[in-house]
Every structure is written in structure tokens, then in C-alpha cells.
Ligand binder design. Structure first.
Ligand SMILES: Nc1ncnc2c1ncn2[C@@H]1O[C@H](COP(=O)(O)OP(=O)(O)OP(=O)(O)O)[C@@H](O)[C@H]1O
Ligand SMILES: O=P(O)(O)OC[C@H]1O[C@H](OP(=O)(O)OP(=O)(O)O)[C@H](O)[C@@H]1O
Ligand SMILES: [Mg+2]
Length: 291
């Protein structure tokens, strides 16, 4: 029988960005509507689509060999799992999300200490209780099914919720008074699965490909031609940590130079390179960057 890795992928906020990342890593996943068993074009993986809240618990219990979910839900579930890869992507960006304590813009509450005897709504009940305990504050923490922001100030005094772009907080006139946690998506595994050589190797391979695809997101390749006598000038412009490849163009005094760099550096760099004598500059996207 074909050996398989049973992998839980998050339905909900992270679904779209997760599927896209897998695609860039070389795996095509397709879901038929209402099916929670998507197909993946790798016979050694079985995918189960599940809520991000529950994945760490099922990984911990061994129902899943591994899964992807946020660090927030791994901690909330107190799941004792092996972290295989820290994948820095969220719903909309590649920034970590923050789990924050927020109150109304007009509230007098300034720090966690002011929450003594107050009411707090959150999806992350255990995380919030631990945080209050650590700060020596006694307050009532109630579970919220979502849309938590609208509960302040009429139903509760404060919320603990996650924020990515900050637009939900702004739209509901809330201010952040503390950050409990920064969270990114984690590929995590069940301990027994990690002891199985087939599953461990499969997970390690998956981690290399996913991290490679993620790293490539913010990088581009840059190629250009330059006269030999301009090489030193051009090398001083290029970011210092890079070791560009320099090759000789046939039958000429020109060189070709190729390097990989952060996409955000390119905007400033290209005009300077042009001014320093580089020509035929091309920028291209990358699929994977594996160090
Ligand atoms: N912008 C974001 N909004 C919500 N969750 C995000 C975001 N970016 C990353 N995540 C991560 O996705 C997971 C959220 O999944 P979860 O299943 O709790 O909620 P959801 O998919 O937003 O569903 P619901 O609509 O019920 O809130 C968490 O681990 C969280 O850290
Ligand atoms: O900082 P932002 O980019 O605005 O993102 C944060 C919002 O996204 C999530 O909501 P979600 O879409 O999961 O709905 P929910 O509130 O029902 O959980 C989260 O609970 C915040 O409300
Ligand atoms: Mg949510």
C-alpha cells in the first residue's frame, strides 16, 4: 500500500494564501465545493481541509501527521508538536499577525492593570487567561465566536483579537494597549509521525520547498551587461552581501552580471546602475530561493 503523509490544511483565513504557496512550491491542490478532502498531485500526501483552530489539536492527538496553522492556535491548544517550519505568511501579507489587547479609542483603560474586574471577549481564551495571570490581573474572559471588535465598548471593556493590517481595529475605533503575541503560520508535526523516517523525510522536503517559495516572494533576479572598466563602480552600488556572478561576453570588452536581491531594493538600484554604465538590465521573478 502507498505510504502517505496525512496533512491538515487550514480552511478559512489562511486557505487562499496556503493554496497559493503550495502552488508556488510545486503542488497543485484542488477542492470540489463542500469537499474537505482536496486532491493534491502528490500520491504520498493526503490533504484534509480543517479549521485552523483545530488543526494543532488533531496533530497533537495523531489524527493528522502534520498540519499548518498559526502559532496562536498551537499555543491556545497547548499542542505538544514538533515545529517543522516557520512560514512567515498571513492572510493578506507576509507579515506576522499580532494578537493584541484593544479597547475603545475613548476608553480610560491604559494598561492591562486597568482591567481588574472588567470583561474581555476573545477567541483565544486560554492565551488571554494566561496573559492576565502573568500580569496579576483578575478579569472575566468570555469566548467570542468572531466579529469580536464590535463588542467594545457596549458588551465588554476590552478584547484580545488578532490584527494583520489594522483595518478592523481602525474601522471599529479601537486602540491597541498591548501585544500578547506575534504569530506566523507553522508547519508542525505529530511526534510519532516525526519519528517515522518516511514521514519525516516527506515533511523536511515539503519544508524546503515551501520556505523556498516563500523566500522567492520578496526577491528578484537582476541581470545586466556592462563595459569591463565599469565593473568596480557597479560592484560598489550593488548590496554588499551579494556575490554576483560575472561572466565574459564573447568577442567583446563587455561583461554580464547576475545577482539576486530584495525586490524593494530594485527601484533605487536600477537608475544608479544605469548611470554607472550598465545596459540591457533585466529584472525577473523567482519561483524558489533555496540557500
Ligand atoms: N488576517 C488574518 N485574519 C485572521 N486570521 C489570520 C490572518 N492572517 C493569518 N491568520 C491566521 O489564520 C488563523 C485563523 O484561522 P481561524 O480558523 O481561527 O479563523 P478564520 O479562518 O479567520 O475563520 P473565522 O472566519 O471563523 O474567524 C490563525 O492561526 C491566524 O493567526
Ligand atoms: O487587521 P486586519 O487586517 O483587519 O485583520 C484582522 C481581522 O481579521 C480577522 O477576522 P476574520 O476575518 O477572521 O473574522 P472574525 O472576526 O469573524 O474572526 C481577525 O479576527 C480580525 O478581525
Ligand atoms: Mg477569524
Amino acid at each position: 500500500m502507498q505510504k502517505k503523509l496525512r496533512l491538515g490544511l487550514p480552511k478559512g483565513s489562511l486557505q487562499e494564501s496556503t493554496f497559493q504557496l503550495f502552488k508556488r512550491a510545486g503542488f497543485n491542490i484542488s477542492v470540489r465545493s463542500r469537499s474537505y478532502f482536496p486532491s493534491i498531485d502528490d500520491p504520498e500526501i493526503e490533504v484534509v481541509l480543517m479549521r485552523a483552530q483545530e488543526i494543532p489539536r488533531y496533530v497533537n492527538e495523531g489524527v493528522l501527521d502534520a498540519g499548518l496553522s498559526g502559532l496562536d492556535w498551537i499555543l491556545e491548544n497547548e499542542a505538544d508538536v514538533v515545529e517543522v517550519a516557520n512560514l512567515a505568511y498571513s492572510k493578506q501579507t507576509n507579515n506576522p499577525i499580532r494578537v493584541v489587547l484593544a479597547v475603545s479609542e475613548y476608553s480610560d483603560i491604559q494598561t492591562v492593570k486597568d482591567l481588574e474586574g472588567k470583561r474581555i471577549a476573545t477567541e483565544l481564551v486560554r492565551l488571554t487567561r494566561n496573559y492576565l495571570k502573568k500580569n496579576g490581573v483578575t478579569a472575566s474572559v468570555e469566548f467570542s465566536y468572531g466579529a469580536t471588535e464590535v463588542k467594545v465598548p457596549h458588551l465588554v471593556d476590552a478584547i484580545v483579537d488578532l490584527t494583520e493590517t489594522g483595518s478592523s481595529l481602525r474601522a471599529n475605533k479601537l486602540k491597541v494597549i498591548d501585544t500578547l503575541l506575534e504569530s506566523t503560520t507553522r508547519l508542525h508535526a505529530n511526534k510519532q509521525a516525526w519519528d517515522d523516517p518516511f514521514k519525516k523525510e516527506k515533511l523536511q522536503n515539503l519544508a524546503v520547498l515551501l520556505l523556498g517559495a516563500l523566500r522567492a516572494d520578496s526577491k528578484v533576479g537582476l541581470k545586466m551587461n556592462l563595459p569591463k572598466d565599469k565593473l568596480d563602480d557597479i560592484l560598489t552600488i550593488l548590496p554588499a552581501m551579494k556575490h554576483p556572478t560575472v561572466s565574459q561576453l564573447i568577442n567583446s570588452d563587455w561583461l554580464a552580471l547576475e545577482t539576486i536581491l530584495d525586490e524593494k531594493q530594485v527601484r533605487d538600484l536600477i537608475p544608479s546602475l544605469r548611470r554607472a554604465g550598465a545596459q540591457d538590465i533585466i529584472e525577473y521573478p523567482l519561483n524558489k530561493v533555496i540557500p
